[in-house]
Ligand binder design. Sequence first.
Ligand SMILES: *Cc1c(COP(=O)(O)O)cnc(C)c1O
Length: 402
Amino acid sequence: MSHPVQRADFDRYMVPVFSPLEMIFVRGEGSRLWDQAGRDYIDFGAGIAVTALGHGHPALLAALHEQAAKLWHVSNYYTNEPVLKLARMICESTFAERVFFSNSGAEANEGAIKLARKRAIDRHGPEKIEIVAFNGSFHGRTFMTMAVGGQPKYSSGMGPLPEGIIHVDYNDIEAVRRVIGPRTCAVVIEPVVGESGVVPATPEFLRTLRELCTQHDAMLVFDEIQSGNGRTGNLFAYMGYGVTPDILTTAKGIAGGFPMGVMMTTEAIASAFHVGSHGSTFGGNPLAAAVACAAFDLIRSDAVLAGVRSKAERAASRLRDMATSTGCFGEVRHAGLWFGLQLVPEMAGRAKDFVTVGAEEGLLVLQGGPDVVRLATSLVISDAELDEGLNRLERVCKRLKA
Ligand SMILES: *Cc1c(COP(=O)(O)O)cnc(C)c1O
């Protein structure tokens, strides 16, 4: 085992569910990464909206080092200081009165769905189990969350799926009215769709969902795993809409790159769960919670959130100019530092080429489906890194157009 690891080892040793690009990153600082050969890349993907404060942030490193030297894990036979600090911080900053910690987004959604089902069955009986969800949505890769997600390519060929899930089109309130009813226990929605191209819900849509859920005593569940934690310029996207869910899930950016998921709810709803109703071995362990405390405290600050809004405007105006000058994409959708560049019809299906050619030009970008280039920068990206990344993106556009 003395030879250095290389990309070929991925194909040799890993279960083939991913096909990573050729380079292997070994170091990161701010919004820049370096590969094994010492080449640098501007990071406009943030590890899929996870490294919200960039790479190697001093406050996160300090929190990690400090906690690592003290205590890593004690189990849920006991509680711990970092998790209690984090819980208090989240409840002070959001609608939440009770929180449950997991290690990932999918697990946070599992908790939300179990809670919604249990509450509905306790209150109304065993028929109230239906979940309304949306075509194109993404909620994770566990059995339940892939079934609730609206992308059959992820859930087909795996045998029977959990029952009681109904999908309708996003932003189509009449379609929701047709399927919601006394059997509905929850409506699960991303307030801004991430994986399918950074598509925001209309405010009327979310407002009407709120009314319908209240009317049918169904839980309005916002999956803010990607839209949360400052991404949109609000701490959570629901705050910008002024529509408060009953249950909110988040993960990705909340600990700046350390695995952490959260399910938030009210005291009354949380009381449907008792000791033993749900659990997790690693969820809320001191190490993850300490890093999350440091990250979330920065993310919720006015300085960071105002920075997201101003950097987003700077990037959006440059991207609109680039749309015209390069002719690669038309609509520039954005919610804070989260962009969906809708490729023009003649470039349709080529979002993946932006990922590969981007890497050749030293730029990391994401896809949002086949026709959308998705960007999710660090929330604290410097103006110099932002401008350098946009210059590289312009070169990518010109190469792909040629
Ligand atoms: C990433 C994501 C998930 C899944 O999170 P994991 O941590 O990969 O389990 C769920 N919902 C949304 C909206 C996401 O973006």
